[in-house]
Write a protein that binds this ligand. Structure first.
Ligand code: PEP
Ligand code: MG
Length: 586
């Protein structure tokens, strides 16, 4: 049966493929593809885990006290039986051999299939056996995880040839990184907001994605055919042939449009009235620099360095490793400026799924208001100094700017400047080469926007983080799909903060950019130009569409338009009408 699910469109385009369900499990397991040649070895892992569980169940049974309830040994026998049942054992091997899933993923995929079959059973007794299957699977997963040496890299190996789309309750940003080199042509998650970090990484992959689709992972089955419409936020499960045909047509149109936009790459970013605009790239990993250059970016406006610290099982990169990473970006950008933001972990960006200092976040009621970004760096001075030294060393190889996230307090400003001076002294004392850097502050907390004059003398440049600025101005969790409709960059309070920061920076002759998602949204291009913004930083994939927009804009006719927006009930709706009526944009 075909059904439609609705969520938030977060990454444009249409993806059509078979569903790969990443089941949520109480045991935290890795999902990755193995090389086909390694299938036998993976089955070997599975067998060893099964033998471990079998031995554990037998031991439990042998050690049961005499007065244990009579059902217990019987239950353990049932679990032992299930463990060797072809329904679980053979089918799990099949996922490994035919789909090249790693053993943990194969177990959770097959458990999901079985759980659904049990759910549909009429007989109540049999239906209740579902819990036994789940328990056996949990034991198997725990045995696999305990015998496993960390995440293996995702490979592009996959069988069958059908395109695959990923369906999950949620995907941590750290996991999204694993998927960066993977085969998925689209994503759907149950939770998440438009500017959650998972959505941002999905956009950086430039593949269609819908988040906040609530029931998706419950309603979609492994191998279902799915259409993911990343423009409208619609997911069609098992579409009829006619719907499929319509979407295939739209997919072709969207691919053609992408190719057309790519041709703008070498065109200088200059408005109709001759204003040069800086289009910069947001990147998460050093290798993203390639996509930045490919898209025609004139520098990196935001390198989210925290992604270097993720998926490391608690072992953070040391100064040398960081230096090599920063240097590789600086060199890859061939003389163009690279803005490295110091680590911004916390809130919806933990380092790993279940380890490190951020594991406390589950227990903290408001992680977004807690120890994140610069607050965390200042609380971990050794780590912070290590990062600053690594950046300063990379600055000896090219143009580097340091960007500090989430500043809001006078004390933080001074602490940051002191730390930077200390890092320099330490390098000098060791005789290690380092280069000059510009120091910048992110404006993403309303307090910083309102008291910008406090920050102004201490920083060379500013970058407006609209993702957090919206969240903190409106008190709307950016990652919570339940309040996503209220997360609104066009709210007058947000617009007034953004425009005031841009104006003050322009008046003071300080460079200012926007590096939040609003910069990459073509619907906001003229608005930000009208506010006086001349530097935009975004995911490389968004750059061509924004460039197309500004090439058709005339800033001299935009200024007074902004005043007309004041007092509008719904600025997001009013703005395109104003633009059309004044014919300032195509
Ligand atoms: C922002 O808040 O707008 C921003 C760019 O930072 P991040 O999305 O990484 O929090
Ligand atoms: Mg931010």
């Amino acid at each position: 049966m075909s059904i439609q699910l609705f969520g938030l469109p977060v990454s444009r385009g249409v993806a059509i493929g078979r569903a790969v369900l990443v089941a949520s499990s109480r045991v935290d397991v890795a999902h990755y593809f193995i090389e086909p040649a390694n299938a036998a070895a993976e089955i070997g892992r599975l067998c060893r885990a099964r033998d471990l569980v079998a031995a554990e169940l037998s031991r439990l049974k042998a050690e049961l006290p005499h007065d244990a309830p009579a059902e217990l040994p019987a239950l353990l026998d049932v679990h032992l039986m299930l463990l060797h049942d072809p329904m679980l054992e053979d089918a799990t091997r099949q996922w490994i051999v035919e789909r090249h899933y790693n053993a943990e993923w194969a177990v959770s995929a097959q458990t999901e299939v079985l759980v659904r079959q049990f759910d549909e059973m009429e007989d109540e007794y049999l239906r209740d056996r579902k819990a036994d299957v789940e328990q056996v699977a949990e034991r198997l997963l725990a045995a696999l995880v305990s015998g496993h040496q960390g995440l293996l890299p995702v490979t592009t190996a996959v069988s069958g040839g059908d395109p695959l789309v990923l369906v999950a309750t949620d995907i941590a940003p750290a996991d999204m990184l694993q998927f960066k080199r993977s085969v998925f042509s689209g994503f759907v998650t149950d939770v998440g907001g438009r500017t959650s970090h998972t959505a941002i990484v999905a956009r950086s992959l430039d593949i269609p994605a819908v988040v906040g689709a609530r029931e998706a992972s419950r309603l979609v089955c492994q191998d279902d055919w799915l259409i993911i419409d990343g423009d409208q936020g619609v997911v069609v499960v098992n579409p009829s042939p006619i719907v499929l045909e319509e979407y295939r047509f739209r997919q072709q149109q969207s691919d053609l449009e992408r190719d057309r936009l790519k041709r703008l790459r070498y065109k200088p970013a200059v408005t109709l009235d001759g204003q040069p605009i800086e289009l910069l790239a947001n990147i998460e990993l050093p290798r993203d620099a390639e996509a930045a250059l490919e898209a025609g970016a004139v520098g990196v406006g935001l390198f989210r360095s925290e992604f270097l610290f993720m998926n490391r099982n608690g072992e953070l990169p040391d100064e040398d490793e960081q230096y090599q990473a920063y240097r590789s970006v600086v060199e890859a950008m061939k003389g163009l400026p690279v803005t490295i933001r110091t680590i911004d972990i916390g809130a919806d960006k933990p380092l790993d799924r279940a380890s490190g200092p951020e594991s406390r976040h589950d227990a903290v009621l408001n992680p977004a208001l807690g120890l994140r970004a610069i607050r965390w760096s200042l609380a971990e001075p050794d780590m912070f100094l290590k990062q600053l030294r690594a950046i300063l060393r990379a600055a000896a190889c090219g143009k580097v700017r340091i960007l500090i996230p989430m500043l809001a307090q006078r004390s933080e400003i001074h602490a940051v400047r002191e730390a930077l001076a200390t890092a320099r002294q330490q390098l000098d004392a060791q005789g290690v080469a380092h280069g000059p850097v510009e120091l910048g502050a992110m404006i993403e907390v309303p307090a910083a926007a309102i008291s910008l004059s406090m920050l102004m003398p201490h920083f060379d440049f500013f970058s407006i983080g609209t993702n957090d600025l919206i969240q903190y101005t409106l008190a709307i969790d950016r990652a919570d799909e339940q309040v996503a409709a209220l997360y609104d960059g066009w709210h007058p309070a947000v617009l007034s903060l953004i425009s005031s920061v841009i104006r003050q920076c322009n008046d003071a002759g300080k460079s200012v950019s926007v590096c939040g998602e609003m910069a990459g949204d073509p619907a906001c291009t003229e608005l930000l130009l009208a506010m006086g913004l001349r530097a935009f930083s975004m995911q490389p994939a968004q750059l061509p569409a924004v460039k197309q927009r500004l090439l058709r804009a005339d800033t001299s006719r935009l200024d007074d338009l902004l005043q007309s927006l004041e007092g509008e009930d719904d600025p997001a709706r009013a703005w395109p009408v104003l633009l059309r009526t004044r014919a300032v944009a195509a």
